[in-house]
Design a protein around this ligand. Structure first.
Ligand code: SPD
Length: 281
């Protein structure tokens, strides 16, 4: 926060910063795990930041949540059992549970306070907290996939922050090995994979690591206004991933509630500019 004139600044690797004009700071606390800030901003509406990293806002959250969830859920062979790691604001679980074929969604979030504050301050983002298919657990996502005894998941979705604070372990090889362990034989893993432009080293490291654990992987691009430079990536991975094999009936069933995702966007988003393709292993 640059205090004098009420701007909330996110600084990227000491090179670029994105500032939001704050109209009102609503809550700020140091939880057991991280710094949590919630504020109203003129440009993005109500906004959540963790350890100074902008996470989500009322105005643009659909650009992120729809693109994280639906490419996986519209291509996975089965979507009966879904695991969400992180996602404490509730936007990812909301999009997952819009799919009627989903029977069970476990969400493992490390920081109870993120959920409590999101429920209080961001009720338009987390609208599925009371869905009986949602099994919300507060715990360590890395431990859940690496050592807990679980029935395999058809889809695993990672909705963490940048590689800082409690999210650091979600970028490691142990975590990917754990996801491979709990994923069904035809399962799909979807993760946010940072900005190839702004976070090139992290994007490249993710793309290099995934093939060690998943025979197939495919990054895709979109636009998240809240994140520095706007350009963002997500990646699908899995043993038998076929990322263009669309289940049209699933897309039709969610189409009315989508502001960003569509079959057309799905087909297009895996097209990578040569400069991004050159970052792949
Ligand atoms: N650069 C910020 C990346 C944050 C990704 N996760 C956002 C959480 C929204 N549910």
């Amino acid at each position: 926060m640059s205090d004098a004139d009420n701007w909330y600044d996110e600084v990227f690797e000491g090179r670029i910063r994105l500032g939001l004009k704050v109209s009102q700071m609503l809550h700020t606390e140091r939880s057991e795990f991280q710094q949590i800030d919630v504020f109203d901003s003129e440009a993005m509406g109500r906004t959540l930041a963790l350890d100074g990293v902008l996470q989500t806002s009322e105005v643009d959250e659909r650009f992120y949540h729809e693109m994280l969830v639906h490419p996986a859920l519209c291509t996975a062979p089965s979507i009966r059992r879904v695991l969400v790691i992180g996602g404490g604001d509730g936007g990812t679980a909301r999009e997952v549970l819009r799919h009627r074929e989903v029977e069970y969604c476990r969400m493992v979030e490390i920081d109870r306070r993120v959920v409590e504050l999101s429920r209080q301050y961001l009720p338009t983002i987390g609208t599925a907290w009371d869905d009986p298919r949602l099994d919300l657990v507060f715990g360590d996502g890395v431990a859940h996939v690496t050592s807990e005894d679980v029935e395999p998941y058809d889809v695993v979705i990672l909705d963490g922050s940048d590689p800082v604070g409690p999210s650091l372990g979600l970028f490691g090889r142990d975590f990917y090995a754990g996801v491979a362990r709990v994923l069904a034989p035809n399962g799909v893993f979807a993760l946010q994979s940072e900005s190839p432009f702004l976070m090139e080293r992290t994007f490249t490291a993710i793309q290099a690591a995934l093939p060690e654990f998943f025979p197939r992987s495919a990054p895709y691009l979109g636009w998240v206004p809240l994140y520095g430079t706007g350009m963002w990536s997500w990646t699908l991975a899995g043993p038998t991933l076929d990322h263009q094999n669309l289940h049209e009936s699933r897309i039709e069933a969610i189409a009315d509630g989508c502001r960003v995702y569509s079959a057309e966007i799905h087909r297009a988003c895996f097209a990578l500019p040569p400069l991004v393709r050159a970052m792949l292993p």
